[in-house]
Design a protein around this ligand. Structure first.
Ligand code: AMP
Length: 210
């Protein structure tokens, strides 16, 4: 059997990164995430300027830039979990032309919970491990348990930018959710439980779809 092609949808802070890691560990697929790819190339020169300008404002990076990143990653993958893309209808239509999806899953989490999760999130500058100052603190404040690296806040996880990112999701990416829903392809997953509970639900859906 070929490896699954999974699309994870959900607002910033819904747990797409955490659940993507579970999919990668379980199925050995590639994690294709535009957010990480863009963060690693913030100052890349493009015909539309550098991604940094858009990202630091919480806005979407122009479609041609992200479409190209995703197409290259998908073509190189044997199975994937896609996270952070598509974020508008034009990207969803582009994706239709380049991939067959086995499962489109939406992680649902209320806005208040998302704000609390994102504004308290801290990331290891060295190994990328995720923490939360309240819900998942490291043993020693500001220091990564895994590798001893410094824990930092993502530039766009300050409260003002978080609000903007959630508004951008509501305006641009909600229609993407409706797009898959109307096509009868969308599966909704309660994203409010523990990471383990959410994974149980997602895992069952992937098994049922493949
Ligand atoms: P994320 O890590 O997925 O929350 O993405 C962080 C930022 O990267 C977003 O706020 C956007 O500025 C940019 N970005 C990530 N994915 C996309 C995408 N599919 N389309 C446009 N911009 C994106």
């Amino acid at each position: 059997m070929s490896q699954p092609n999974v699309l994870l949808l959900g607002p910033p802070g819904a747990g797409k990164g955490t659940q993507s890691s579970n999919v990668v560990d379980e199925y050995g697929v590639d994690h294709v995430t535009t957010g990480d790819a863009l963060r690693a190339n913030k100052d890349m020169e493009t015909a539309h300027g550098a991604p940094r300008e858009y990202m630091e404002a919480g806005e979407l990076v122009p479609d041609p830039v992200v479409n190209e990143i995703v197409q290259a990653a998908i073509e190189a993958a044997d199975g994937f979990v896609l996270d952070g893309y598509p974020r508008n209808i034009a990207q969803a239509e582009y994706l239709d032309g380049i991939a067959d999806l086995d499962l489109v899953a939406l992680l649902e989490v209320p806005r208040e919970e998302l704000i609390a999760r994102l504004s308290g999130r801290r990331i290891c500058a060295d190994c990328g491990a995720n923490y939360h100052v309240e819900f998942d603190p490291p043993a020693k404040a500001g220091v990564c348990d895994r590798c001893g690296g410094d824990l930092v806040q993502r530039d766009d996880d300050d409260e003002e930018t978080v609000e903007e990112r959630l508004d951008v999701f509501a305006a641009n990416t909600r229609p993407v959710v409706e797009y898959y829903d109307e096509a009868g392809e969308l599966v909704r997953i309660d994203g409010e439980g523990s990471p383990e509970e959410v994974w149980t639900g997602l895992h069952e859906e992937i098994e049922a779809a493949t």
